[in-house]
Write a protein that binds this ligand. Sequence first.
Ligand code: ADP
Length: 496
Amino acid sequence: MVSITLSTPATGEYEQPIGLFINNEFVKSVDGKQFEVINPSNEEVICSIYEAGEKDVDIAVKAARKAFEGSWASVTPESRGKLLAKLAELFEKNRELLAAVESLDNGKGIALAKGDISSCAACLRYYGGWADKIEGKVIETDSNRFNYTRQEPIGVCGQIIPWNFPLLMWAWKIGPAVATGNTVVLKTAEQTPLSALVAAKLVAEAGFPPGVINIISGFGRVAGSALTHHMDVDKVAFTGSTIVGRQIMKASADSNLKKVTLELGGKSPNIVFNDANIDNAISWVNYGIFFNHGQCCCAGSRIYVQEGIYDKFVEKFRERTAKNVVGDPFDPKTFQGPQVSQTQFDRIMSYIEHGKSEGATVEAGGSRHGTKGYFIQPTIFSNVQPNMKIMQEEIFGPVCSIAKFTDEADVIRHGNNTTYGLAAAVHTTNLNTALRVSAALKAGTVWVNTYNTLHHQLPFGGFKESGIGRELGEAALSNYTQTKTVSIRLTDAPFS
Ligand code: ADP
C-alpha cells in the first residue's frame, strides 16, 4: 500500500494512505505528482499525497465502468445493502481514528468530528436499508398492453465534495449512489483529503468489489474538471460553491450532457419573533452560525430579530458567543477550531473589513484569534443594511449580521431577498406564525425553534441558486436512478 506513518494527538501513530484509491488499491499517480496537505491549526505541512491528473481520472473512470458493467451488476440489492451496513459498522469501529484525522486535517473540534463519524455511519446504514427497496411500478393504460417501470442505476458517477465536512459529504454521496447500483469516482477537496483515504481502506475491508468506489485526491481545475468533462461519466454530483456549480453545468453541457445535481451555497435567514423563548433562540442562533466555524452552506448568517426584543437579544447573544471555546481542535471542550485554509482565512477577514468600512457595528469579535493557525473570533455585526456585502454574500466563516424587523410581512420580504434558498429558521412560540412563515420562506429546509439539525432521513437541498436535486432521505435516491418504461403488447398483432 502507498502509505506513510503519521500521528494525531488523540490516537498516536497511524497508517495514512497517500495514494489514489482505484480498484481497491492505493496507487501512485501516473506522473508521480504530489501536493502538500496543511494543518490549519499551525499552518505546517502534515504530509504530501499523490495528486490525480487527467490520466488518473481516466484510469479511475475505466475502473468504475468495468465494475458497473461487470462484477457490481451481478451483486444483488440485498448484498449491496449488506455491504453498506458493513461499511457503517467499520466507521463506528474506527470512529476515534477517523475523527482524529478529520480534526488534524480540517481543524474541526474532536467532539464535533466524532459526531460527524456517527452521522456517517447512520447515513451509510440508512442507504444500505434502501438498497433492496428500489421499486418500479405497473401502470395500467389499456387492455392491450402491460406496462411497467424500472428504476435503473445511472452508471458511473463522478462525485466532487468540499472540505467543510470531508467524511460526512463522502457518506452522503457514496451511500445513495452505491445503494442504487451505481459505481463512483469521488474527488475529495484539495484542502482535506486525508480522512477520505483512511475511509477508503474500510471500503476494501467491507468487501466491495474493486472499482465500485474509487477515491481520488486532487485539485478542482485539474481532476475535478477532468471528471466533469469526461465522456464516460454518466452523472456528476457536486457540493461546493455556486460559482463552481455553474462551471459543472457548463462542463456537462460541453461534454456528454451528464446528469448534474448540485448542493451549493446559501445566505440563510434566521428569524426571531418577539414571542420566542429568547434563551433557547439565542442558543440555536449561536449554533446556527458558529457550528463548524461558520463553514456550513446552510449557516444562519442573516439574523432578523423583532424590534420588541432586539436590544435584549443582541446583549444576550454577545454574552453567549463569548462562551464559545475557540482553540485547539484536539481539546474536547473546543467548539470552534481554525478555518480550513489561508485562502478561506483571508477571504473571511476581508469580509470583516468590508463590514467595518461599510459602517456596520462590530458587536463581538472582528479580528483574528491568536497569532498562529487560521483562527477567527466569532464575529457579530449589527446596524447592517440590506445592500451591504456582508448581508448579501456567503462568507463561509464565523461571521453573522443582525438586523431589526417590525412585522411578519417585512421579515419575509427581507428573508427572501437573496439569490440563495438553502435553509431558513423561525423562532416563535406561536404555531400559526411558525407555519405561515415556514410556508412563505423560499428555502429547501426551514427549521422551527432549532437550527442545523440535519438528519439522514430528511431531504436537504436548495431552492433558487442554492442547487439542483436533494441530498439525504428517500429524495436522494432519485438523483441516482433513471426510470425505464417497458411496454408490452399483449396480443401478437401487426400495426394497423
Ligand atoms: P471552496 O471555494 O469553498 O473551496 P469549491 O466550490 O471551490 O469550494 O470546491 C468544492 C469542490 O469543488 C472541491 O473538491 C474542489 O476541488 C472542486 N472544484 C473546484 N473547482 C472545480 C472545477 N472547475 N471543476 C470541478 N471541480 C472543482
